[in-house]
Design a protein around this ligand. Structure first.
Ligand code: ADP
Ligand code: MG
Ligand code: MG
Length: 890
């Protein structure tokens, strides 16, 4: 006979049956497993029992039929509870009242709400009024039962009940239900019964219906939607916990509250929480009355407080994590009603993990594993402080809540369409883009905005995906937000926000506030974050370098823990306003001499930049990529030249007109239909060897200068976009010639290497040949993804790519997360054949994948030596690399 029901003191039996604690949680649900576990630990928990998730699944599978033998087992479990409490379910003289609570393996909104005070009817309530000596209590509990049963079990709307309560508060001229006299409650009970004709007066019937309602709620729409959105399997089922009621509403020596063993926002090792005297159930979280701070309980009710403190400490030691507890004090006696690992902010997660390791409660490895790379990322985003959020809520500034799909805080004026967002952003305004939902047409506005808000859409909506991808805070799916695009305004109930007014959004919590909240950026040198990242460094195998083009970026990268520069894009130096005309002159030159003239001007500028990088990164590799982008990116706009020509014509300057014509002709020559697949990368160096020559000279002279200044430069010269070894042979020879020349002339020796980027399938497939010339490889995974998928990143993200992800054709955007099979497969071949040809060669990736945790794990598996990412992502990559190594080891 299957055991469908476990009393709270049968947890060891359950464990023996299913093996380990994870499975016990699967069988009894998280809430039930912990209630039973606390009972075993000797923590005061009101007696009760759990109907298993297996029973729920059997019920669902049978199309809504309770499995055979289950009610009998419930009856014997009830017998045992009656014996422990000395009370009897349904007995008016000495009634046992019960709560019925849902509880799946993972805590899950959408499951059935708790029904309290089961077992009351006219007779029982009347007796309870006498035995408790508190008529108000008896009828208040009874009316709560009818109301909860009506709305939760029978699915009645809540409003009619609230309207009746309103009516009575008005009639008696009181502000809260707690101030109503007992006779009023008696009358309310009758009125509630009138609108709840199906309320069963038989306690057994109440319990059965409540249990079945919990089973049914597992397949209810809310629960199914939530599981779909959060990737929770549908076959877990929910358990049902039936538990003896304890009363926090039985007078002034009673209270109910919630507590966290450590501070959920800051992580400080001090219990925090709220409570209410003479209250029941969710009164504390419902915010009907102002709650009291837990510290006050120390004076209000010292012995219960001290016991709670001791229990919190024991539970933390037992679960080895911060606990979130629900408790009730009935006539001075403390009862625990729930405990679970507490939710926390990113900062709190870091501090708690580090302090628990320092306390010896968990190991350093566990501490590192307890913080997610995303949390580190969040650490480095602007945020609202918890005080400010709370303050704003107290002032009634919370406009609405939605799905928290992309973390971080953002403040700006509301814009209702993408073009307005872009226009205002260009004027220097900070903008929040608000749309019913977003489409590919809106992407330019999303990029220009600080944050994104939508009234429709879920966790995988276009808005959510794009926001996460670009690191924009976003709150989506705010159903109550009424957007009037034509009227350029939005409203929640009667609160109206016009376009151009400020809102503040908090993507971590899914909140939208009216007005401007101040933001703060947490400190990277925070003591706990520093410790955690240092520990992560002990475990990781991948090195983490940074993409940095200027000495200031290099210094920031060092601050964030970068071990060198994995990609310096020299063309960024070319784009600087005062250099661009010279660069254009170089490109538009038609003779080598003319080109050389321009290069001679650029050389010392580049040399200065490089020297700064070498000095900042002394002793660490600095990988410098030869100029790469398609040439057209540097060229002046044709309209501009045409205007210039018109001016020259008007002035009658024939020579100037001819020069503009020459330039226009040259631009025409250089025009390409497909510049991304055109004259770029190493191809430029092949046809214009004076460019790599100039760059090599700048690099080696800069290294000589740095060395003479007492630094230890480690230049690595990287040739982009090679597809054939012959390209490398040719350009490498140019570089080596210059390097030897410079070093001989200067009488200084620097260690340098020449390597290549691997960015095309052909390069990857012939890596063994490339490695004969290249001393190192770096995978340019943006281009490698483009060339592997045959899609242009710039265009695809605007059109079909996001749609592909929404439809599930691609699991993720391959430009955000490295494709482990396709692109990863090419990398694998290149690593193996490259290392076979040149044992021990350094291989890494550069490009934004290097800062994406999942991609970092892929790089670890592929056996790369390093990842390189933007300086801000370096801490994320450090932790992700440690996770990959620890997962590998474990
Ligand atoms: P949730 O999963 O929404 O937290 P719970 O099952 O924990 O729902 O129940 C909500 C609240 O109901 C609890 O925090 C507690 O205050 C109250 N409650 C539940 N069971 C009991 C009980 N046996 N005695 C007193 N209060 C209870
Ligand atoms: Mg609830
Ligand atoms: Mg709870």
């Amino acid at each position: 006979m299957t055991k469908w029901v476990y009393t709270f003191d049968e947890v060891s039996e359950a464990e023996a049956l299913v093996g380990d604690w994870e499975n016990v949680r699967g069988l009894l649900g998280g809430k039930g497993a912990n209630l039973a576990d606390m009972t075993r630990l000797g923590v005061p928990v009101p007696p009760g029992f759990t109907i298993t998730t297996v029973a729920c699944n059997a019920y669902t599978d049978a199309g809504g039929v309770v499995p055979e033998g289950m009610w009998d087992q419930v009856r014997s479990a009830l017998d045992s509870v009656e014996e422990k409490t000395g009370k009897k379910f349904g007995d008016p003289k000495n009634p046992l009242l019960l709560s019925c609570r849902s509880g799946a393996k993972f805590s899950m909104p959408g499951m059935m709400d708790t029904v309290l005070d089961i077992g009351l009817n006219h007779e029982v309530a009347a007796e309870l009024a006498i035995t408790s000596g508190d008529e108000f209590f008896a009828y208040d509990s009874y009316r709560r039962l009818i109301q909860m049963f009506g709305s939760v079990v029978l699915g009645n709307p809540d409003e009619p009940y609230e309207e009746i309560l309103d009516e009575f508060r008005d009639r008696y001229g009181v502000a809260t239900d707690a101030e109503l006299p007992a006779e009023a409650l008696k009358e309310i009970v009758e009125r509630f019964l009138e609108i709840t004709p199906r309320f069963p007066s038989d306690p057994d019937e109440q319990l059965k219906l409540a249990v079945e309602a919990v089973f049914k709620s597992w397949t209810g729409k809310r629960a199914v939607d939530y599981r779909n959105a959060s990737n929770i399997p549908h076959d877990l089922g929910t358990a049902v916990n039936v538990q003896t009621m304890v009363f926090g509403n039985l007078g002034e020596n009673c209270l109910t509250g919630v507590a966290m063993s450590r501070h959920g926002a800051t992580g400080e090792n001090h219990i925090e929480g709220d409570y209410l005297f003479n209250a029941q159930g969710e009164d504390v979280v419902a915010g009907i009355r102002a709650t009291l701070h837990l510290e006050d309980m120390e004076t209000d009710m010292p012995s219960a407080y001290n016991e709670l403190l001791a229990i919190a400490d024991r539970l933390e030691k037992h679960y080895r994590d911060m606990q979130d507890m629900e408790f009730t004090v009935e006539n001075g006696k403390l009862w625990l009603l729930q405990t679970r690992d507490g939710k926390r902010t990113a900062q709190a997660a870091v501090r708690i993990a580090v302090e628990m390791a320092e306390e010896g409660l968990i190991s350093k490895e566990e501490a590192v594993m307890r913080v997610t790379p995303d949390q580190i990322d969040f650490f480095l985003h602007p945020q609202f402080t918890n005080e400010d959020r709370k303050g704003a809520k107290d002032e009634g500034k919370l406009l609405a809540e939605g799905l928290n799909v992309s973390p971080g805080a953002a403040v700006g004026v509301v814009a209702f369409d993408a073009d307005t967002a872009v226009e205002w952003a260009e004027e220097g305004k900070k903008v929040i883009l608000v749309r019913p939902e977003t489409k590919p047409d809106d992407v330019h506005g999303m990029l220009a905005a600080q944050g994104i808000v939508t009234s429709r859409g879920g966790r995988t909506s276009h808005a959510a995906l794009v926001a996460r991808q670009f690191g924009k805070p976003a709150v989506v799916g705010i159903a109550e937000l009424d957007i009037d695009l034509a009227g350029r305004k939005m409203a929640v109930e009667d609160r109206v926000i016009n376009e151009g007014e400020f809102v503040s959004i908090e993507g971590t919590f899914g909140e939208v506030f009216v007005g401007e909240l101040p933001t703060v950026v947490p400190d990277i040198n925070d003591r706990w974050l520093s410790s955690l990242l240092e520990w992560a460094d002990e475990y990781r195998r991948l090195r983490v370098l940074a993409n940095a083009d200027y000495p200031v970026d290099a210094n920031r990268a060092l601050d964030y823990g970068a071990q060198g520069i994995g990609l310096c894009r020299t063309e960024h130096m070319f784009f600087e306003a005062e250099r661009l005309p010279t660069v254009q002159k170089m490109i538009l030159a038609e003779t080598t001499e003319d080109r050389q003239e321009a290069l001679d001007v650029l050389m010392p500028m580049q040399r200065g930049d490089f020297q700064g990088l070498f000095e900042a990164m002394s002793g660490k590799p600095v990988i410098i990529r030869m100029i790469d982008p398609p040439l057209h990116e540097f060229l002046p706009a044709v309209e501009e030249l045409e205007a210039e020509k018109a001016a020259a014509e008007a002035a009658g300057d024939g020579a100037a007109v001819a020069e503009v014509d020459r330039k226009l002709g040259r631009i025409d020559d250089l025009h390409e239909e497909n510049p991304m697949l055109g004259f770029r990368g190493v191809r430029l160096g092949i046809l214009m060897p004076e460019i790599p020559r100039m760059q090599a000279q700048a690099i080696i002279e800069a290294a000589c200068n740095a060395k003479e200044n007492g630094f230890d430069p480690k230049p690595e010269i990287m040739i982009p976009l090679s597809v054939h070894v012959a390209e490398l042979e040719k350009v490498k020879a140019v570089i080596v010639d210059v390097a030897e020349e410079v070093m001989a002339a200067r009488g200084v020796k620097v260690d340098y290497q020449v390597g290549t980027m691997v960015e095309t399938p052909r390069a990857a497939l012939t890596a063994g040949e490339l490695a004969k010339e290249a001393e190192f490889f770096s995978f340019g995974t943006n281009d490698l993804t483009q060339t592997t998928y045959a899609l242009s990143r710039d265009d695809a993200e605007k059109s079909f790519l996001i749609e592909y992800v929404e439809q599930g054709i691609l699991p993720v955007n391959p430009f955000a997360t490295l494709d482990p099979n396709g692109v990863g497969g090419l990398i694998k071949i290149a690593v193996e054949t490259g290392r076979a040809a040149r044992p021990g060669m350094e291989i890494g990736i550069c490009g934004e994948h290097g800062g994406d945790p999942e991609s970092v794990a892929t790089c670890h598996e592929l056996g790369l030596d390093y990842v390189s990412c933007s300086p801000f992502r370096v801490p994320v990559a450090r932790l992700a690399a440690a996770h990959a190594a620890l997962n590998d080891a474990g």
